[in-house]
Ligand binder design. Structure first.
Ligand code: SF4
Length: 495
């Protein structure tokens, strides 16, 4: 399975995302989220990367941010509403919120003209504001007019090369350079909230955007002045080797009177050879340890110079309190723990003009099923409901949607409907029930219990949808005034 940001957006098996890509289940972090959003409670938001840091900041009233972007390729629809709602919710929880229009990406990756882009840009912004985004407290921008984002994109481009982008995104010799540049622009979007100061930042998106999130997390690290790792001796180990040496050290240290001096590299090599099953990492760990000879093993944290200026490196050496050992491109500290070391490294970096980026976090929501079955697609009008659809059209689309119902009413009463397979139920769960869990549960239970029949169920959903659209469109009109007063370019100077 592959995740493709510009491909079709169905993901048949969300569990695979956990196993293959290391996305974590949202359930694991849910208990740490103060009054979670209904999309979180109902499992629509199903996965995350590193959301703990954001939840923690939220709980402790510390700064955090939420940012997402929208390609203005068509009208905003009810799928986009999920992301709008997620941004708004984080804003209401005290986060800095950012909504951006990915117009450079739409131009480069989708070939849209600036006229087409302008036409849709305003519409996304109106819906976002109409749903509750506070544009005065938060930030709205378009990529094309955000100079700081473009400058940051350029800097990030010094840390990524063509082979890497090619491997992640299937780019090849025919790929337009602007297309590749739009990837770096998105990386800059994702790190933009941290430009002034580092802070936990969540990117709410669909799982198709995960390759972008992973790259952004990597680039955030590559921009750092210092890397912080754990070490046991003067030489470098990779993660697998370090784990082995750690076990050897712990075991041997128990049996000597002075563990700081009496566990030698060669002792650890010998221990590993007799106590651990052979593996590649074992071989290389033993080799390195033997080369270390009689050097005593001593746990320490290591600061590696990645991008530091000379002044910053000097500043770091000065700032490390307690016993330390200075090498050409790293410093070992014997009195700091890992966490304190991370903090110190960031402090020194910030003092010397670095960004000190934290790796950005993400949350992932399920894609809505199309009303006609299959995937919801912007290019198939009957499959989705646009936020601009006439309330009557919205009503009609719901009325003619496929359902998880049985062949006959009789069968339905007997067996119950299949709410889990029903796009109409999804409308209730994702949108129409709003915050009212009781109502969503009632629809579900009545459906699977056979008390609810599809005709009436769709009628109710259709009415709610028409009401929602009518109200939303009124709010869009009110939002227009607000939008006009904002400093955001609605007509691009680009042509
Ligand atoms: Fe779907 Fe409603 Fe029919 Fe159940 S009763 S299958 S929720 S339309």
């Amino acid at each position: 399975m592959a995740l493709d940001p510009w491909g079709s957006s169905t993901v048949d098996d969300y569990r695979k995302l956990f196993e293959e890509f290391g996305i974590e289940a949202f359930d694991d972090v849910l208990p740490r989220v103060p009054s979670p959003h209904y999309l979180m409670r109902r499992g629509v938001i199903f996965g995350h990367r590193d959301y703990r840091s954001v939840a923690e900041a939220m709980r402790n009233d510390e700064p955090f941010a939420a940012l997402s972007g929208f390609m203005p390729t068509g009208d905003p629809h009810i799928g986009h509403k999920l992301v709008f709602d997620e941004l708004i919710w984080h804003q209401q929880r005290g986060g800095e919120a950012y909504g951006l229009i990915a117009d450079l990406e739409a131009h480069a990756a989708r070939g849209l003209s600036w006229d087409e882009i302008d036409e849709h840009t305003e519409s996304y912004l109106l819906s976002l504001i109409a749903l509750g985004f506070d544009p005065e407290a938060g930030t709205l921008y378009r990529q094309s007019s955000n100079r700081a984002v473009q400058d940051l994109a350029f800097e990030l481009g010094t840390k990524a090369n063509f082979s890497e982008l090619g491997a992640i995104y299937d780019f090849d010799g025919e790929t337009d350079v602007s297309y590749m540049q739009s990837v770096l622009t998105q990386m800059a979007d994702i790190l933009y909230p941290q430009l002034e100061e580092p802070k936990p930042t969540v990117i709410p998106v669909g799982p198709d955007q995960d390759p972008h999130v992973r790259l952004a997390r990597d680039l955030a690290g590559r921009m750092r002045y210092f890397g912080v790792t754990e070490a046991y001796a003067s030489f470098e180990l990779d993660d697998a080797e370090r784990e082995l040496v750690a076990v050897a050290y712990e075991s041997l240290a128990d049996d000597v009177s002075d563990p700081e001096a009496d566990v030698r590299c060669t002792d650890a090599a010998e221990w590993l050879r007799s106590e651990r099953p052979p593996s590649e990492a074992l071989e290389s760990a033993i080799e390195t340890l033997e080369a270390g000879g009689k050097e005593p093993l001593r746990p320490r944290v290591r600061f590696l110079d990645r991008n530091a200026t000379d002044e910053a490196f000097e500043g770091l050496i000065e700032a490390i309190k307690g016993e330390k050992r200075v090498y050409e491109a790293h410093v070992d500290s014997f009195d700091l723990d890992r966490e304190a070391a991370e903090e110190l490294a960031r402090e020194v970096e910030l003092e010397h003009g670095g960004y000190g980026f934290l790796p950005p976090s993400s949350i992932y929501h399920r894609f809505m099923t199309g009303l006609t079955g299959g995937k919801m697609s912007s290019s198939v009008p009957a499959s989705h409901i646009s936020l601009l659809d006439d309330p009557e059209d919205g009503y009609d689309k719901v009325k003619s949607a496929t359902t998880g119902g049985r062949e006959t009413a009789e069968e339905q009463r007997e067996l119950g409907g299949e709410a889990d397979e029903c796009p109409v139920y999804e409308l209730y769960a994702y949108l129409l029930s709003g915050d009212d869990d009781e109502f969503a549960t009632e629809v579900y239970d009545e459906c699977v219990g056979g008390e609810r029949l599809c005709g009436g169920c769709k009628e109710q959903a259709a009415e709610l949808m028409a009401e929602f659209l009518e109200e939303h469109q009124e709010k869009r009109e009110e939002a227009r005034e607000l939008l006009d007063g904002l400093d955001i370019e609605l007509e691009s100077a680009r042509r």
